[in-house]
Design a protein around this ligand. Structure first.
Ligand code: AMP
Length: 532
């Protein structure tokens, strides 16, 4: 598949078809193709070094996909930076990327308010960036579009030439994830990685018919690739939720209903938030056929409640880090899986992907044995941007069973693969602590808590006194109607004690009917820890 070519074909065959729906605007395939072609031409003529990645700053509006595609069509990787990021982080990313040009989907009057970690308004961020970079903002892009229109009226054509787009081996996008050292790491995803991923993700939705994807994740979180690029590859519409809507649940519900979503893409935490609204059920979204989850553990309660409220909709769990392109496993969650003793699985690997658990020396473990999840195959990233040291630590070369060379990535996730090849994820390896000499995986306790009746989420934190971990505290997410009594706490501790060694049973159990969420829609562990 050539993704750019696919978009061109949709735009030419049906220019009026909706590509994106935002709060206040829609963008058709014709507009997306035309505008991105003109901006791509302007980029190509700007003298910017060929292949130089370009940051794209903004949140959810029509200029974002136009800028992404303009970069792609002019042979540059795009680097999304969201308005929820702090100014320091934005400046760090811009400096690491090293492009003199930044595309901005926001202007000084932008309504994208302060959300997440944003410590400055959009206009302050733009002012700071203007001091060091050439900013192409919506006003300037309008000028370029008017200029192109003037040329068109005289019979000319100001649009990028075909053939200048990214080649298969070129980097399509770079997503910066937080590095443990505080210095962000830029994960490079090539066009080939993306297309290999799209071959898989297209198969996750029901074939045929018109699709409308929900986009919850901001564009700097790679979950957004699942809806945005799968949507574009299949000629579908993508309905984008913005930060403001997430804070106004009534507005969010009305938007979801208006958009007639058929394919839901979000973190489980976001679905949990929606489940707090009684009207969030099949009647609100009559066309919804598929829930696609990724990014964090999907709890049994969440899956069960969704299946109850949306009887005509499949619930699919998927798993993967940004470094292997969005997700590399998938499975439809069944009633039987929800009833079983096991955690919910994250799925079978996609075609061309290999997954195994490895011990600390990198040795492949037998089925059912727990270790670090290693992922191999055609969606494994080319490595971290200009960071060979960190690339070498996590990426390596290996051979497939047919003797074909392939890239591999050590995820840092703890899990196992069963006899049938089904993958189970138990949390991060780095959530390992030592308490009273015992080695404890906090993820293991959380995974077991999630198996309990009535529990839809869990986070466990060590309790430190005089510099030593003395005990554990568990934050348990359950619906407001659920019992919060002393007897329930006791029952949780007793049941957990039958599943885990006694030193792993948290002393403190705290009930929550909602967990704080990061601006990506994942559980905000830091905020939660501060609440206990
Ligand atoms: P990110 O790179 O931000 O997409 O985060 C990837 C990480 O999220 C993975 O390495 C896992 O730790 C976690 N993750 C992703 N999907 C799942 C899932 N279905 N279940 C549990 N954890 C997940």
């Amino acid at each position: 598949m050539n993704i750019t070519e696919r978009i061109r074909r949709t735009a030419e065959a049906d220019p009026g078809r909706t590509a994106f729906v935002f709060k206040n605007e829609t963008l058709s395939y014709g507009q997306l193709w035309h505008r991105s072609g003109v901006i791509a031409k302007w980029i190509a003529e700007s003298g910017i070094t060929p292949g130089q990645p370009i940051p794209v700053y903004g949140h959810k509006n029509g200029w974002m996909p136009v800028c992404f595609l303009a970069c792609t069509r002019s042979g540059h990787a795009y680097v999304p930076m969201d308005t929820c990021m702090s100014l320091g982080r934005i400046r760090d990313i811009a400096a690491a990327v090293g492009s003199r040009m930044i595309l901005s989907a926001e202007n000084d009057r932008s309504e994208a308010g302060k959300h997440g970690l944003a410590d400055h308004s959009v206009s302050e961020v733009l002012e700071s960036l203007r001091a060091d970079y050439d900013i192409l903002d919506p006003e300037k892009m309008e000028i370029v579009l008017n200029f192109a229109e003037g040329i068109r009226q005289k019979g000319g054509n100001y649009c990028i030439d075909p053939g200048q787009e990214n080649r298969a081996e070129d980097v399509q996008y770079i997503i910066f994830t937080s590095g443990s050292t505080g210095k962000p790491k830029g994960v490079q995803i090539t066009r080939r990685n993306l297309e290999a991923y799209l071959d898989f993700s297209e198969g996750l939705i029901e074939p045929g018919g018109h699709h409308v994807f929900l986009n919850q994740a901001p564009f700097h979180f790679d979950l957004s690739v699942m809806d945005t690029w799968t949507g574009l590859a299949t000629g579908s519409a993508v309905a984008c939720v913005d930060h403001g809507m997430i804070e106004e649940l009534n507005e969010l519900m009305a938007f979801l209903n208006r958009a007639q979503i058929t394919d839901w893409v979000s973190t489980p935490s976001f679905a949990e938030l929606c489940l707090g609204c009684p009207e969030f059920r099949q009647e609100l979204l009559p066309d919804l056929r598929t829930f696609l989850f990724c990014g964090e553990a999907l709890g049994k309660q969440t899956a069960g409640r969704l299946k109850e409220r949306f009887p005509r909709t499949r619930v699919i769990n998927t798993y993967g880090p940004t470094e292997t392109t969005v997700c590399v496993t998938a499975v439809e969650i069944t009633e039987e899986m929800i009833r079983s003793e096991n955690l919910l699985p994250v799925g079978y690997p996609k075609k061309e992907t290999g997954i195994y658990a490895a011990d600390s020396s990198g040795r492949r473990l037998a089925a059912g044995e727990r270790g670090e999840i290693v992922i191999t195959g055609d969606t494994v990233s080319a490595g971290y941007f200009r960071d060979p040291e960190r690339t070498m630590k996590r990426f390596f070369r290996t051979e497939s069973s047919q003797g074909i060379a392939q890239r591999a990535f050590r995820t840092g996730d703890l899990g196992y693969v069963d006899e049938q090849g089904m993958v189970y994820m138990m949390g991060r390896m780095d959530s390992q602590i030592k308490m009273k000499g015992y080695r404890i995986e906090l993820g293991d306790i959380e995974a077991n808590l999630q198996k309990l009746e009535g529990v839809s989420g869990a986070a466990v934190f060590p309790q430190v006194k005089d510099g030593q971990i003395r005990s554990l505290a568990a934050c348990v997410l359950q619906s407001r109607e659920e019992d919060q009594s002393y007897a329930r706490r006791k029952w949780i501790r007793r049941t957990l004690g039958s599943m885990l060694p006694s030193y792993m049973v948290p002393r403190k159990i705290l009930f929550f009917d909602s967990f704080p969420m990061t601006s990506n829609g994942k559980l905000d562990r830091r905020k939660l820890e501060a609440m206990i």
